[in-house]
Write a protein that binds this ligand. Structure first.
Ligand SMILES: Nc1ncnc2c1ncn2[C@@H]1O[C@H](COP(=O)(O)OP(=O)(O)OP(=O)(O)O)[C@@H](O)[C@H]1O
Length: 275
């Protein structure tokens, strides 16, 4: 569990992928979290979990620089957000926040990943198209590159946005609820895919409501509720005490050898006389 702020010397020698030092964030008078210090190591594959409206997206936006902190410092790889090279962070938004009626093909969505900075030439280069095609092959969406994004499945949309986030070879990949809105098979596939991407050295930070997906796929979990409750390996962190502090009540953990299952809500007891 690491909640301490890192010293400037330490951050210079071993800069973390993400460091928040004494950060307060919110919207006008509404403070979402206060004086948060949090470090995410390079190469980490971490999931942020917590109840709805507890500030997970606000935390991601603060790391991405789309939400300015009210106070405190955010460093990526030891550098202030303004100083980091373009494309170093890849971002996959919540799919529910995207307007799918926009008339673009899957290929155009992925190409948008290149257009984050100033560019003189508005059309993609041959190399950029090749990169898009390579990624589409890898993510299993090559065959739908010419399809309108509105006509694709939830899983294909998610992969299109993942490809868009990866086009610039980011050092840090941030995903807001990538397991929401797709079926269990697609959830497992995308988490496997993220595991492969992480094994190539890309630091991954995601939010999710799916505690079991975190328990079975992610090596690191951050329990968040308007501040850091705890972080560590799921097997150390998913305890009744920490989950109760994160979510309030109604969490049951069923453990069997190395496996465990987390159930939300009141447990249902079936008896032999039940039909
Ligand atoms: N643009 C905004 N303006 C004002 N308040 C906001 C804004 N965005 C979020 N909030 C508020 O900040 C708090 C934290 O919201 P946030 O979206 O970070 O939570 P979350 O943990 O990501 O929620 P969820 O799990 O439901 O997606 C909520 O009370 C929310 O209503």
């Amino acid at each position: 569990m690491s909640t301490r702020a890192i010293s400037s010397t330490e951050s210079h020698v071993h800069p973390a992928a993400v460091s928040l030092i004494d950060v307060t964030a919110g919207y006008g008078p509404h403070i979402v979290f206060k004086r948060l210090s949090l470090k995410i190591d390079k190469g980490q594959f971490a999931g942020i979990v917590g109840p709805t409206a507890c500030g997970k997206t606000t935390l991601l936006k603060t790391i991405l620089g789309t939400q300015s902190p009210l106070s405190g410092t955010v460093l990526l790889d030891g550098q202030a957000l303004n100083d980091i090279p373009r494309g170093i962070i890849g971002y996959v938004p919540q799919l529910g926040s995207v307007d799918w009626r926009f008339p673009v093909t899957v290929e155009e969505v992925i190409l948008m990943g290149f257009y984050t900075g100033k560019r003189i030439w508005p059309w993609p280069s041959v190399e950029e198209r090749e990169r898009v095609h390579d990624l589409a092959h890898r993510l299993g969406i090559y065959r739908c590159l010419r399809q309108q994004i509105s006509n694709t499945s939830g899983g294909q949309r998610q992969r299109a946005f993942l490809a868009r986030a990866l086009v610039n070879n980011p050092a840090l990949l941030v995903l807001d609820e990538p397991t929401t809105g797709v079926d269990i098979k697609a959830q497992h596939e995308v988490l496997h895919l993220l595991g492969d991407i992480n094994s190539e050295g890309i630091t991954i930070l995601l939010t999710t409501h799916d505690l079991n997906a975190v328990a079975s796929h992610l090596p690191w979990v951050i329990c968040f509720r308007n501040g850091l409750i705890a972080q560590g390996r799921p097997r150390d962190i998913f305890t009744n005490d920490i989950l109760t502090r994160t979510y309030g009540g109604d969490i049951t953990i069923v453990r069997h050898e190395d496996y465990f299952l987390i159930a939300t809500g009141t447990p249902i007891h079936f008896s032999d006389s039940d039909p």
